[in-house]
Design a protein around this ligand. Structure first.
Ligand code: ADP
Ligand code: ZN
Length: 807
């Protein structure tokens, strides 16, 4: 059934006529079903006669599996008239669980592609594509429907007999229905100006039948209501641009738009917009989308989860009103379900959301935008291990539409691909100026070693940062302080054993977390000083285990010292050095839900909070005009990670967070503290010089043959028993090696070796990494192994294609 627009949620209420005996006696209908578990191929089932008319691709079904015929859920990926298996052995499907076609058209094509590309069982891919609220049909409302029992003739006779005007009106309205059609009770009551009681009376005398149906409310309500503020216009007709809110483009933006529009109106193309922080990239997205909307099409906008702030959402809802469906983590399963339904029905045409928004069933999709395309959070770290940005590019290709990727610090993969494209698919648009000729913030480098030599004791704030922060708050301006590490101290050290305290289950050190009895709302400096107790616990940031902080070293009983910094320690020093300054700490320990973060940001926006201090949550997307100072407590935290992307991540983070300063009339300043003042990455982030950074880093990667000059896949095998693990991964490596040898494909494979973090949550971990200039060669090797069942991805074996982290 090739539909143009995915036909999800089409009502299938009317029971179709059964096929005649003679038809059904001979032919059978079969389906391929992808089981929602790690069964790595679709299985054939036969469709019982009673369900033949109803069965369709994309439906969720229940089928018997294995010897015990255990009933499991799956998705119909294909409906067909024969099977290559022995028809006598093909089992029948048990039930159609959901008659809606949840995944069809281009999305089914995407699912098949994802399963192949990322080596993930199709059922797991489909499961990830459909939100659980949709699968479980959460939040369906009961809607009453009226269906006449009497036929047309009988109703006409009846109408002639009835005297009561309201009853007459009801019957007259029923006569207008098509045979088999029903009408919503409230609608019938309204249109015939009769009360529901009148209709119920008619049910009692056998004229009609009232039935309850569970249904998703598809009309657009006020889901975005909580995002609205008094400045909102509440515009509901979205194709009309609210001109009052549309700024005049800067000359640079206008030139960019001139280049972008023809691409937006064409077929598949990928446009990388590299624009410095504050250059007004969002305005380009908004205009591109509005052009697409004018042509009656829809859009998907992806932003990193932590950038899904009310501020970001408002920029879209302000412009496009109720056309926008925001899929954020704070939505209840029921709202998510409703939003999904509204998207699928075409009631909302723009989806703004994190990674999984790329699977939204937008009708007649016309454009995709991926903001902050370099973000590693677009990569999912559980199966299916897909990269949201790459899936977005694939979807644009499948649907023949343009995609825009935006960033101030593009991933080196996209940067290189755009530069070396010879097919005319990739385009680069650059914005080098901030809006209104605002200057980029000036970055001052502070050598922490030198600063700490001058005065004794432990200081996280250099004298210069202290001075800048003081001046900033004195002037009534605001500051953002970054330390990308939560907790108090990440190194609990025994000087006598010369060893830090390790996690019992992981190959990592424990982090000490102080416990504070002061709730977030009341976290003023004074209250914090009172609560400065040393009570707390140790936490492992990999398996999340917690243990009380031992009074002395568990091994030798000597005193333990706390080294290494975390946000709690900055908080402590801040309290001590800046009594009276109202600030809040922002990290995932404090921000338990989306609401906490929203409340906090609105307090910052109102000026009640003078300083925000926290982890990378603060680096993304925040646009506060009064922020003139960004302080980076330690710019080196990520540089030492055993990952070849450490420098790239560091540059991105420093540039992003620096970009929060001076976004309006007042110029911004950045104080960047570091122990490595000569490091080239640190130095290039001082001048916000992406081009210089990219050039240097790409040269280095080219020399050593790392991505983007090669492609990678890694396979991590884990087990609780080290010997078993070694055996497994050796076998797997041998199988893969024999595939490489027999195909003679140019693929290199590392020897099995422990991962950088050799044990997590009690599982020992080893990996092999496959590298080749062409991903296709790696795919071929893995596909062969997969077909021979030598490579099965499950909870012990993780295949990660295009990995973004090698820890
Ligand atoms: P980026 O995403 O490139 O960092 P934004 O899109 O957030 O930049 O824009 C930075 C700020 O400038 C925002 O407050 C935005 O509303 C504003 N802005 C963007 N374009 C214009 C314009 N043409 N005129 C005035 N203000 C603009
Ligand atoms: Zn642990």
């Amino acid at each position: 059934m090739p539909h143009d627009a995915p036909m999800l949620f089409e009502p299938r209420d009317v029971a179709p006529a059964q096929p005649s005996e003679t038809d059904s006696a001979r032919s059978h209908t079969y389906v391929e079903v992808a089981i929602e578990q790690a069964v790595d191929r679709a299985l054939d089932y036969v469709v019982p006669q009673a369900l033949v008319q109803e069965i369709a691709q994309g439906q969720r079904v229940k089928v018997p599996l294995g010897r015990g015929n255990k009933l499991v859920f799956g998705f119909v990926t294909k409906v067909k008239s024969d099977t290559s298996f022995d028809p006598k052995k093909v089992k029948p499907i048990e039930q159609i669980v959901d008659s809606r076609e949840l995944v069809t058209g281009p999305l089914m094509e995407m699912a098949l592609w994802l399963s192949r590309y990322y080596f993930s069982p199709l059922g797991i891919v489909l499961d990830a594509m459909v939100p659980s609220g949709v699968k479980k049909r959460t939040g369906l409302s009961r809607v009453r429907y009226v269906r006449p029992i009497l036929g047309h003739e009988k109703l006409t006779e009846l109408l002639a007999q009835i005297k009561a005007p309201r009853r007459r009106a009801v019957v007259a309205r029923l006569l207008e229905l098509e045979p088999g059609e029903s009408i919503e009770l409230t609608k019938l009551a309204q249109e015939s100006n009769a009360s529901p009681t009148v209709i119920k009376k008619l049910e009692e005398v056998g004229v009609l039948e009232i039935e309850l149906r569970k249904e998703l409310l598809l009309h657009v309500g006020n889901e975005n209501a909580n995002l609205k503020t008094s400045t909102d216009t509440g515009a509901s007709t979205a194709t009309v641009l609210t001109t009052a809110l549309t700024p005049t483009l800067t000359p640079e933006q206008a030139a960019a738009m001139d280049r972008l529009l023809p691409l937006v109106e064409g077929g598949f193309s990928v446009t990388l917009v590299r624009g410095v922080t504050g250059s007004g990239k969002t305005e380009l997205y908004l205009r591109a989308i509005s052009r697409v909307l004018e042509r009656g099409k829809g859009a998907i906008v992806m932003v990193p989860e932590i950038a899904l702030t009310p501020q970001t959402m408002k920029r879209f809802t302000q412009r496009f009103g109720d056309e926008v469906a925001v899929m954020h983590s704070g939505l209840s399963a029921a709202s998510r379900h409703r939003m999904w339904g509204q998207i699928a029905s075409g009631a909302r045409r723009i989806v703004v959301g994190a990674r999984s928004a790329i699977f939204a069933p937008v009708r007649d999709l016309g454009i995709i935008v991926v903001d902050e395309e370099h973000e590693s959070s677009y990569k999912q770290d559980s199966a299916p291990r897909y990269h949201g940005r790459d899936v977005a590019i694939k979807r644009a290709q499948v649907q023949g539409i343009p995609i825009i990727l935006g960033s101030a610090t593009p991933s080196l993969e996209m940067w290189h691909r755009t530069a070396s494209d010879t097919r005319g698919i990739y385009h680069l648009i650059e914005l080098n100026q901030r809006v209104a000729n605002r200057p980029m913030p000036e970055v001052e480098l502070i050598d922490l070693k030198a600063a700490n030599k001058v005065r004794g004791g432990m200081h996280l704030f250099s004298p210069r940062l202290e001075q800048c922060l003081k001046h900033t708050v004195d002037r009534g301006e605001q500051a953002i302080l970054l330390l990308n590490r939560r907790g108090y101290s990440n190194f609990i050290f025994c000087g006598s054993c010369n060893e830090p305290v390790h996690c019992r289950y992981c190959d990592t050190t424990m982090t000490y977390h102080r416990e504070l009895s002061v709730p977030v709302e009341a976290r003023t400096t004074a209250a914090m000083a009172d609560a400065g107790s040393r009570a707390g616990q140790m936490q492992c940031h990999y398996c999340m285990t917690t243990q009380p902080l031992p009074a002395t070293c568990p091994k030798c009983g000597k005193k333990l010292s706390l080294f290494g910094l975390g946000t709690q320690r900055v908080e402590e020093e801040m309290t001590r050095k800046f009594p009276g300054v109202v600030f809040a700490r922002v990290d995932s320990d404090v921000m338990k839900g989306a609401m906490d973060y929203e409340t906090l940001l609105s307090r910052f926006a109102s000026g009640e909070l003078q300083v925000l201090m926290g982890t990378q949550m603060l680096a993304k997307g925040l646009d506060f005009p009064n922020v003139t100072l960004v302080g980076i407590i330690n710019g080196d935290t990520a540089l030492a990670l055993p990952d070849f992307r450490a420098a790239e991540r560091t540059f991105q983070l420093l540039t992003q967070v620096s970009g929060r300063a001076g976004r309006a009339d007042k110029p911004g300043r950045v104080v960047l503290q570091t122990f490595l003042p000569d490091d080239p990455t640190i130095r290039s982030s001082m001048t916000h010089d992406y081009l210089a950074f990219a050039k240097g880093e790409l040269e280095h990667r080219k020399q050593v043959g790392l991505p983007p000059f090669s492609r990678q896949a890694r396979i991590v095998v884990r087990d609780t028993i080290p010997e078993k693990l070694t055996m497994r991964i050796e076998t797997l490596a041998a199988d893969l090696r024999s595939q490489i040898e027999s195909t003679a494909l140019p693929v290199r494979m590392t020897r099995p070796a422990p991962c950088a973090i050799g044990r997590i949550a009690g599982y020992w971990r080893q990996q092999v990494v496959l590298t080749s200039e062409k991903l296709g060669a790696i795919q071929e090797v893995l596909t062969r192994a997969r077909r021979m069942s030598k490579l099965i991805s499950n909870d012990r074996v993780a295949v990660d294609v295009d990995p973004v982290s090698l820890l």
